[in-house]
Design a protein around this ligand. Structure first.
Ligand SMILES: NC(=O)c1ccc[n+]([C@@H]2O[C@H](COP(=O)([O-])OP(=O)(O)OC[C@H]3O[C@@H](n4cnc5c(N)ncnc54)[C@H](OP(=O)(O)O)[C@@H]3O)[C@@H](O)[C@H]2O)c1
Length: 172
């Protein structure tokens, strides 16, 4: 399982309802990285996106017994989310235009990162240089557990803050 996240230095990922920045190219990169894979997300993240992300299994965690999340696979526990993700990967009736990836993405938000980060051996991280201290947070990582590689850096401009792409590999 891989985690994908964008956050600032204070590990803020959003205000609880939505993202707090717009980064050119980041959502496009997210799309190509996750295409053909199951995504595990919380009900609040699902609602903030507002539609199923095509070409991927949208697995949504909720404690409620609602099942009418159009286009989502609704589950009530993290174990069930993993089982549904495995089932989706093994299902042979996929859209032939989509190449299925044999990995699961932990897609957020804060509550779902907390549930799943210990099962991830890779984090695809976007670090955003933006001064926000309140909001939904990514869990605190133990530095010695991760080998961190900076992949790309983008300077601040009038439309967006400085940001960079990082690859974290679990070493412990
Ligand atoms: N920057 C990023 O990369 C990124 C990525 C994703 C999300 N976000 C942001 O994160 C924020 C949302 O995060 P959040 O932590 O508030 O919400 P969330 O993790 O998206 O969803 C929380 C919901 O998930 C369900 N849930 C949590 N634990 C569960 C469990 N053990 N079993 C069953 N269901 C469970 C509950 O749904 P019910 O209330 O329906 O029971 C809970 O209210 C938004 O601002 C969003 O934009 C940022």
């Amino acid at each position: 399982m891989e985690c994908v996240v964008a956050m600032n230095e204070d590990r803020i990922i959003g205000d609880g309802n939505k993202l707090l920045w717009h980064l050119p190219g980041d959502l496009k990169r997210l799309k190509s990285m996750t295409m053909g894979a199951p995504l595990i997300m919380g009900r609040k993240t699902w609602e903030s996106i507002g539609r199923p992300l095509p070409g991927r299994a949208n697995i949504v965690l909720t404690r409620s017994n609602l099942t009418n999340f159009n286009g989502a696979i609704v589950v009530n526990s993290f174990d069930e989310a993993i089982q549904e993700a495995d089932k989706w990967i093994k299902n042979e009736k996929h859209n032939p235009e989509v190449t299925v990836q044999k990995k699961i993405f932990l897609f957020g938000g804060s509550e779902i990162y907390n549930l799943g980060i210990d099962f991830c051996d890779v984090i695809q991280m976007t670090k955003v240089q933006i001064n926000i201290t309140k909001g939904a947070k990514f869990p605190k990582l133990n530095d010695k557990d991760w080998k961190k590689t900076k992949l790309q850096e983008f300077h601040k401009n009038i439309n967006s803050p400085e940001f960079s792409y990082w690859h974290y590999q679990r070493v412990n």
